[in-house]
Each structure stands twice: as C-alpha cells, then as structure tokens.
Design a protein around this ligand. Structure first.
Ligand code: MLC
Ligand code: AMP
Length: 500
C-alpha cells in the first residue's frame, strides 16, 4: 500500500532541492523543505490524536504554511475542509457543525469568534505572516513522519458549494478524483519541472488548490506564490513565470494595464482561464494585445475539471473545448434526462474518475444530482458543436458567478424574506465589467410597510461574506412571474441591466 495522492505530488520530492514556492523578495521554499514542513504538521495532528478520516477545517490567509497543512492532511489521511477567508461567523457555524472537524485552524484575530462555534474541536492559529500556535507546535516536531496509506476512494477534502435551497453542500473529493484530474491536466497542458506558475488565486477553492497546486507539484514545477491577486505585483513577477491560471477577472484587469504587452508576455507559454465564462471579446482582445490565445477550460467543485481547449490545436473563443481524457460529457434533455443529439442544447452531464463521490451526509441531494450510472448533472446548459467543442450556453441552476466566486441567490433571499415587512424577494446577477456578474436584490414589501434598501442591507450583510453582498436593493410592488407562478429572473436581469 501507499498513499496514492501524496506520494506522486509531494512524497517523491522529499529529497529534491528544486524550488517549489517562490515568495516575495528572494525567499524560496524548496520541495524538500516543504515536504519536511508537511511532516512536522502531520506530527502535530497525530499528537492531537487525529486519525485517518478526521476533518481539519482551515480558514487562514494564503501562506506556504497553509499550503503545507493541505500536504500534511494528505499524508495523514485527514480530510481537509478549506474555507473562504471571507466567510462570516454564521456561515462558519454551519460548516463546522455539518463537517464536525476535529481540528480548526484560523488566524489568531479570529480565534475568539471561532471558540464560540468549535463544537468540541481543537483550535490552532496560523497567521498571515506564518506565525501562530500551529507553526510553533510544528517547529518542535521531527521532520520525518510515516505517510499513512491511502487508496483511491479515501477522502482527501470536503469543499462546500452553496445549494439551490440555500443550504451549502459538502462535496466529498477522493484521492483518486484529485490524482486523476491532476494527471490529465499536467499531461494535456504539457507541464514540466521547467515551468514556473504564477499563482495568484485563493487556495480554498478547486481552481487555486487542486488545479494549480496539484498540476504544479505533480510536474515538479515551481510556483510564484502571491498572497492575493494584485495586477501590478503580478506584472512585476511576470518575467519569472512561464504560465498563469486565472479567473476571467484576472485577464480583464491585466488588459487594463498599459504595461501588459506583447513584449511583457513574449516568454510565457500558457495562460489558462476558468471558473466563470471568458467573454469572446476578452479572448480576442487578449490575443490582439499579447499574441497569446487564452486556453479556456471548464470545471466545478464536484467534478474537478471536465473539459479543456487543446494545448496544441485551435483554442476556440466562447467554447470550453473537449472532454478531458477519461471524462465523458453528454447533453441531455433537462426534463427527461434523455441523451440529445450533437448540436442540440441541454443539460451538461459528466462522468469519469474526476467526479466526486457525493455530498457529505446528504444522500438525498446526492441522489438528485449524481445518477446511478455515474453521470453528474451539472446544472449548466450546453451544446456540442460539429467539431466536438463544448459551449456553455447558460445555467439551469440559479447561480451568480462574481469574479469566480459562486453566489446562490436563495441564500440571500432567505435572509431578505426573514426581515420584518418583507413579503418576498428575488436576487439575481447582472453583467458587470470587472466581476462578470454583480448581485442585485429586489424586494416586495408587505402591504402598508415602507422598506429602506440601506436598512435591509445592514440587516442581512452581517450574515454574508462580503462578496455575496448585493450591490443594490430595489423596492418593487411585484415580482414578474410566468403562468406557473415562477419568478422570471430573466425578465429581472433585463430590467436591471446594466449594473450600476
Ligand atoms: C472581492 N470582492 C468581490 C469579489 N472579490 N465582490 C464580488 N465578487 C468577487 N469575486 C469585494 C471585496 O471584498 C471588496 O469589497 C470589493 O469587492 C472590491 O475588491 P477588490 O480589491 O477589487 O477585489 P480583489 O480582492 O482584487 O478580488 C477580486 C478577485 C477575487 C477576482 C481577484 O475575487 C478572486 O481571487 N477570485 C477568484 C475566485 C476563485 O478562485 N474561484 C475559483 C472557484 S473554483 P469592499 O468592501 O472593498 O467593497 C471553481 C471551479 C472551476 O469555480 O472551474 O475553477
Ligand atoms: P463551483 O461550484 O465554484 O465549482 O463553480 C462551478 C461552475 O462554474 C460551473 O458549474 C460553471 O457554471 C462555472 N464555470 C466554470 N468554468 C467555466 C467556464 N470556463 N465557462 C463558464 N462557466 C464556467
């Protein structure tokens, strides 16, 4: 037995002095040092009594130490629960009570608030400068640790994705899900140990954690590890990079920088975009400015990456390319589930070793979205063109994607509806130049009630991460409905376009 994910990602680099993380200034962390740190952290976890299958919740700034917690969990057979740093205490309370982690790791500044919702879990701190009780405990530990055996189906992580009913669902990802996807992508995108990836994505989501980190580690590549996306800093580091992965907002922001030119990108080998639709205009403008064609790919938390434009061959704007090797994509009738002919528009369904095992402790939700045949019903609507390129043409799920972050309207509507004087509400996305979509809410008051948009916002925002806050709330007399009585969000989107 062995650890099928840790060994190829990190274990095999245990004696390598090749650079893994390139940090601000001249600081660098070599593979061997990173693997040693992961062993020290794993020893801390073992000392706390954590055993294979236990969950470790992590809500901290992006640091090498935070990434080493991921590696430490993999080598210990622990299940990582990475959490967006923007989440509020009420959002965290739900995740912690649902996932029941044995250990919670947070910034020291958040420790008091976290203590109130620990539910019996241990607490360690890890700060943005790498300090904290966890690093102190790790420093006292040996740099060797017996890697725990992990097989294909063992859980590596639980990532929460918001649900259409307003309750978040924990997507269970196995070692084999992550390994198969990293292997397919590293091969397809021709990653090698000569690559240097500019890493400016957060590490609490699939894109920044699994796609970027796993592909790099599997290939022995280095990462220029930026704590956040900052266009100026990214441009300053560009000469040292060979590849970049980003959400579309990265690319529109880079295009607004005059110094982002053909010369500045001449040495780059690959720009990848995903997590939200890349406008064909952005694709075209990027090529006109730099001479590079962005490679757009398609994925989701539950399935990792599903499809990608080719590395060699035509990268077609407005499409997400072909299914990854080993992945099947079919288009079905959203009502009956019957497979549709090529060229017809319908539900995108995905099957393959990349597809998750189900939602944590939610068998009914799992059964609704994951067919017995293994096909996952994505909620995205698409079409396959005559050459086999997949186009995402819309979403059946009620979802807003803002700057690559998912916002489920229901979660906000539930909060608005609970405010006294509110009869009903509808939350939807409208086009936004920077974030792709921006969130707007319309609210219908109870008869005789006067509502104030600012007061409504201050009522709901303490419960919501900043990126979920509606940009605007409008008070309306009625919501547009179809003959079935369903709120017509497409009508609302037209009425309130463009965003202000
Ligand atoms: C920040 N803000 C956002 C926001 N990001 N609001 C809406 N949507 C977002 N995505 C808020 C800030 O809190 C701030 O609030 C204000 O907007 C302006 O912030 P900013 O400084 O301009 O934003 P910035 O910090 O630069 O962040 C923008 C960003 C970031 C695009 C760099 O959102 C980001 O890193 N996004 C990547 C998300 C991601 O990794 N997605 C992958 C999911 S995995 P205030 O208080 O100042 O008004 C997945 C699967 C797949 O989807 O296929 O990959
Ligand atoms: P998440 O739940 O955060 O994993 O978001 C996954 C969703 O992001 C998908 O279901 C799609 O709706 C969307 N998405 C990801 N990549 C793309 C892309 N290249 N184009 C359009 N939408 C995308």
């Amino acid at each position: 037995m062995s650890n099928i994910l840790f060994d190829p990602l990190f274990g095999r680099h245990a004696n390598s002095t090749a650079p893994f993380l390139l940090l601000e200034g001249a600081r660098r962390i070599d593979y061997c040092d990173f693997v040693a740190l992961s062993a020290q952290l794993a020893n801390v976890f073992a000392d706390l009594g954590l055993v294979k299958g236990d969950r470790v919740a992590l809500q901290v700034a992006k640091t090498p130490e935070a990434l080493a917690v991921y590696a430490a969990c993999l080598r210990s057979g622990l299940v990582l629960l990475p959490l967006n740093t923007a989440y509020t205490t009420s959002e965290l309370d739900y995740f912690l009570s649902d996932a029941e982690p044995r250990l919670v790791i947070c910034d020291a500044a958040d420790a008091d608030a976290m203590t109130g919702i620990l539910n019996g879990a241990e607490l360690h701190t890890l700060n943005a400068d790498g300090s904290g009780s966890l690093s102190a405990a790790a420093a006292a530990m040996p740099t060797t640790h017996d890697v725990v055996d992990c097989a294909e189906g063992d859980l590596a992580a639980i990532l929460y994705t918001s649900g259409t009913t307003g309750r978040s669902k924990g997507a269970m990802l196995s070692h084999a899900n992550l390994l198969s996807n990293a292997t397919a992508l590293a091969d397809l995108w021709q990653f090698t140990d000569g690559d240097v990836l500019l890493h400016a994505l957060p590490i609490f989501h699939t894109h920044g954690l699994f796609v970027a980190v796993n592909v790099s580690a599997l290939s022995g590549a280095a990462m220029l590890f930026h704590p956040t996306f900052n266009a100026e800093k990214l441009l300053a580091d560009l000469p040292r990079a060979t590849t970049l992965m980003g959400v579309p907002t990265f690319y529109t922001r880079l295009l607004s920088e005059a110094s982002f030119t053909r010369e500045a990108t001449a040495h780059m080998r690959l720009f990848v975009s995903g997590s939200a639709p890349l406008l064909a205009d952005t694709h075209t403008a990027f090529e006109a400015r730099t001479g590079h064609r962005i490679l757009e790919r398609y994925g989701m938390t539950e399935t990792n990456m599903n499809a990608s434009n080719p590395y060699m061959g035509e990268r077609r704007p407005g499409t997400v390319g072909f299914p990854l090797p080993g992945v099947e994509i079919r288009i079905t009738d959203p009502t009956t589930g019957a497979a549709l002919a090529q060229g017809e528009t319908g539900m995108i369904e995905v099957r393959g070793p990349n597809v998750f095992g189900g939602y944590w402790r939610m068998p009914e939700k799992t059964a609704e979205e994951l067919r017995e045949t293994g096909f996952f019903i994505t909620g995205d609507l698409g079409q396959i063109d005559p050459d086999g390129y997949l186009m995402i043409v819309g979403r059946q799920k009620d979802l807003i994607i803002s700057g690559g972050y998912n916002i489920y309207p229901k979660e906000i509507e539930v909060l608005l509806d609970a405010v006294p004087g509110v009869r009903e509400s509808a939350v939807f996305g409208v086009p936004h130049a920077d974030f792709g979509e921006a969130t707007i809410g319309v609210v219908v008051p109870e008869a005789g009630c006067a509502l104030d948009p600012a007061a409504l916002l201050s009522e709901i925002t303490p419960h919501l991460a900043r990126f979920k806050h509606p940009r605007r709330i409008e008070i309306v007399a009625d919501l547009p409905r179809n003959t079935m009585g369903k709120v017509q969000k497409n009508v609302l989107r037209k009425t309130y376009t463009p965003a202000t």
